[in-house]
Design a protein around this ligand. Structure first.
Ligand code: A3P
Length: 275
């Protein structure tokens, strides 16, 4: 019994705070939280619970790498730490900063059909405004330039959905093999195959199974089963109801994104059935 206790103590003493070996860099509203939580079902994956915003926030970045390490959870040396901060994908300075920390880090990007993602992005901002009792424009007004009737490329939710533009900046630092693209739409409807692909990309033994994921009809999403006693669904803020968008605006956006999507497929080698 005593032997067990001291073994336990030695085991616990080997806990360390490790820098992430993989980062979910985006995309905002692409299912980044779901991806992180689902990967955490794997016994060798430890997650940073909060978004750290180390590489995109100048103040945080100035605190230095040991500050960043200190934000990481304790883990055993054989485990890998993963953090997610979706703003990394679109922030100019981030690729170089991550490269300086670890040029061989693995980068995960979960994407959704770009127009749906833009509406999801809008919905999150709208909810924030409503909470503060502020009025906000309709999506159509923000996404389309009323003078030209063309897509408003200055609107951030549109810009973020031009995935290839952001990825190309990252490719100045990292080879394409260091990225893995997750289908965020499939993560909603059938997450296991997506997670199995990530396990392979991270060189982890296959440990996440159908047992770990169950569809919760009330939530309308898959929830997570860690073991016989512990299961959880994502917070209610994940999976908002989107406002209805004028179909002609949807079509206009889809046409706008089309060439950028083609380029994204070509670069990443992953093709989606986006319109
Ligand atoms: P919606 O709110 O548009 O439905 P992020 O974590 O990057 O902000 O992404 C949020 C999106 O994750 C949600 O967008 C939701 O559709 C998606 N998602 C994927 N799997 C989910 C799950 N199991 N539970 C809740 N949301 C999930």
């Amino acid at each position: 019994c005593k032997g067990n206790a001291s073994r336990e103590q030695t085991h616990r003493q080997s806990l360390v705070q490790q820098l992430p070996r993989a980062i979910i860099i985006g995309v905002r509203k692409g299912g980044t939280r779901a991806l992180l939580e689902m990967l955490n079902l794997h016994p060798a994956v430890v997650k940073a619970s909060q978004e750290i915003h180390f590489f995109d926030d100048d103040e945080n970045y100035a605190r230095g790498i040991e500050w960043y390490r200190g934000e990481m959870p304790f883990s055993f040396p054989h485990q890998i730490t993963i953090e997610k901060s979706p703003a990394y994908f679109i922030t100019e300075e981030v690729p170089e900063r991550i490269f300086k920390m670890n040029s061989s880090i693995k980068l995960l990007v979960t994407v959704r059909e770009p127009t749906t993602r833009a509406v999801s992005d809008y919905t999150q901002v709208l909810e924030g405004k409503e909470r503060k009792n502020k009025t906000y424009h309709k999506f159509e007004k923000l996404a389309i330039n009323t003078n030209t009737c063309e897509v408003n490329t200055k609107y951030k939710a549109v810009q973020t959905s031009i995935y290839t533009k952001h990825l190309e900046r990252w490719l100045k630092y990292f080879p394409v093999e260091q990225f893995h693209v997750v289908d965020g739409d499939r993560l909603i409807t059938d997450p296991l195959p997506e997670l199995q692909m990530v396990e392979r990309f991270l060189n982890l033994p296959a440990r996440i199974g159908q047992y770990n994921l169950y569809f919760n009809a009330t939530r309308g999403f898959y929830c997570l089963r860690f073991n016989i006693v512990f299961n959880k669904c994502l917070a209610g803020s994940k999976g908002r109801i989107h406002p209805e968008v004028d179909p002609s605006v949807v079509t206009k956006l889809q046409r706008f994104f089309h060439p950028f999507n083609q380029k994204f497929y070509q670069i990443t080698g992953r093709t989606f059935n986006w319109p």
